[in-house]
Write a protein that binds this ligand. Structure first.
Ligand code: NAD
Length: 443
């Protein structure tokens, strides 16, 4: 099949590359000329395990190409995937500017039947707005060409995006059209040979499914963080509680790890956008508002713990920071807890020495050169001369630590672990003061 993808970010590039890998002919279009030039030169603008070689193989095989030319992109595929960003607007609702700009482009250039596939995460009712925008653009040039719009939300996670795309639990397509169903079945046929995980549903149900899934996962995280904060104050170990409740199959172990709050490009904005959608239809989404509030507070917990240990005195302090990305296996720092911490530390007059296996470039791009930020070459360098260590991201390489060595490095012996990587007794035995989430020493 010939497929066009608009947007070459995490979702667009992974979708395009995976679809090319199963034999489709894919053309990826982006308005960011620099990104397209880098992709054409074989450089992958994001870090995603396995993606670089997959892009290279499919470019070499001639099945994957890139362009900035909208007319070429619209002419190419029968399926036109929209995979552009939907960032939060000032009021928390999803900003549809980019999605509707693509719809306008398609309406302006199309010359034959197209299926416009909304892969971006968009509020309920967006398919109607895309349809109206395409129809308006067609009308403006006096053209009458048939087209359909369907919803095909994406459930991949950064860090495991290829695995999720190719072996996801389900593929959801919102459409009432038999013609669209046939084409989407053909597109995804290589992934549904073993068992049919293609689910067709109404467009509005498909749009809401994506938000409901992310809101449910965010709720599990905030719920567990609430329990952790309680455990800390009640003298219970939340890690034992986690194992205790996870063993119940109705609850399960996934997404119940307490920590320093969720970040990334999806959960914060999608929970907010769903709450906003609710208020647009005069429904007060109290649970969603609480999930967001608990998370906002949780992102401040690392700073609060440090402030307790230092009695609020940060001037002249240097804090080592392990992990900048919002989670392991990505370089994405959007809404990351590390940013809340760093910004609070700078505000309080402290210096930060940070290390992350993949997100150093992104950190430099976000914050530039500044006197109170040292980007260290490795985790050992980050700790040199620091007063305390804070762990923000559970990268594999942070999971082992020589506590006796660390005690010699850290002036105050304070370690704040936002991911509960270690056993408190082992850390304390080395003479360190250990502040994890919901596990003992509470400030
Ligand atoms: P991103 O910001 O990484 O990439 C978006 C890309 O779209 C950018 O390269 C941008 O230049 C391009 N773009 C903007 N306007 C364009 C236009 N008119 N034509 C062509 N390209 C254009 O975004 P992302 O993380 O890939 O997310 C895309 C959508 O998918 C969002 O709605 C997001 O909520 C959703 N989503 C993201 C993830 C994730 O893990 N990142 C997972 C599932 C769903």
């Amino acid at each position: 099949m010939k497929i066009t993808i608009f947007g070459t970010g995490y979702v667009g590039l992974v979708t395009g590359t995976c679809l090319a890998d199963v034999g489709h002919d894919v053309l990826c279009m982006d308005v960011d000329a620099d990104k397209i030039a880098r992709l054409e030169g074989g450089e992958i603008p994001i870090f995603e395990p396995g993606l670089e070689s997959m892009v290279k193989d499919n470019v070499e095989a001639g099945r994957l190409r890139f362009t900035t030319d909208p007319a070429e992109a619209v002419a190419f595929g029968t399926l036109q995937f929209i995979a552009v960003g939907t960032p939060p607007d000032e009021d928390g609702s999803a900003d549809l500017t980019y999605v509707l700009a693509v719809a306008e482009t398609i309406g302006k250039h199309m010359a034959d039947y197209k299926v416009i596939v909304d892969k971006s995460t968009v509020p309920v009712g967006t398919a109607d707005r895309v349809r109206e925008t395409v129809a308006g653009a067609l009308q403006a040039r006096g053209a009458a060409i048939d087209f359909d719009v369907c919803s095909n939300p994406e459930f991949l996670k950064e860090g495991a995006a290829i695995e999720d795309f190719t072996h996801g639990a389900r593929i959801i397509v919102g459409t009432e059209s038999e013609r669209v169903k046939t084409l989407m079945r053909e597109c995804y046929a290589p992934y549904i040979r073993l068992h049919d995980k293609l689910m067709f549903m109404d467009v509005r149900a498909a749009e809401l499914t994506k938000y409901a899934a992310n809101a449910m996962l965010a709720t599990k995280i905030s719920f567990m963080n609430e329990i952790a904060n309680l455990a800390e104050r009640l003298g219970a170990d939340v890690e034992q509680v986690r194992r205790g409740i996870g063993s119940d199959p109705r609850i399960g172990y996934q997404f119940i790890y307490p920590g320093c709050g969720y970040g990334g490009s999806c959960f914060p904005k999608d929970v907010q956008a769903l709450a906003r959608t609710a208020s647009d239809v005069d429904y007060q989404a109290e649970l969603l508002t609480a999930v967001e509030g608990v998370n906002r507070r949780q992102k401040q917990t690392l700073f609060t713990k440090l402030a307790g240990a230092f009695e609020g005195q940060f001037a002249g302090r240097t804090i080592a920071l392990w992990g900048l990305a919002f989670k392991p296996n990505t370089d994405d720092m959007r809404d990351a807890p590390s940013r809340t911490l760093m910004e609070a530390l700078w505000q309080a007059g402290a210096k930060v020495q940070a290390y992350d296996p993949e997100a150093m470039k992104e950190c430099r791009r976000l914050y530039g050169e500044r006197d109170d930020l040292l980007l260290a070459g490795d985790r050992i360098q980050a700790v040199k001369g620091a007063d305390a260590l804070v762990i923000c991201t559970e990268w594999k390489e942070f999971r082992t630590l020589d506590f006796a060595w660390l005690k010699q490095q850290l002036a105050t012996g304070v370690i704040v672990d936002g991911r509960n990587l270690f056993e408190p007794e082992a850390v304390k035995a080395a003479g360190l003061r250990y502040f994890a989430v919901g596990r003992g020493e509470s400030l």
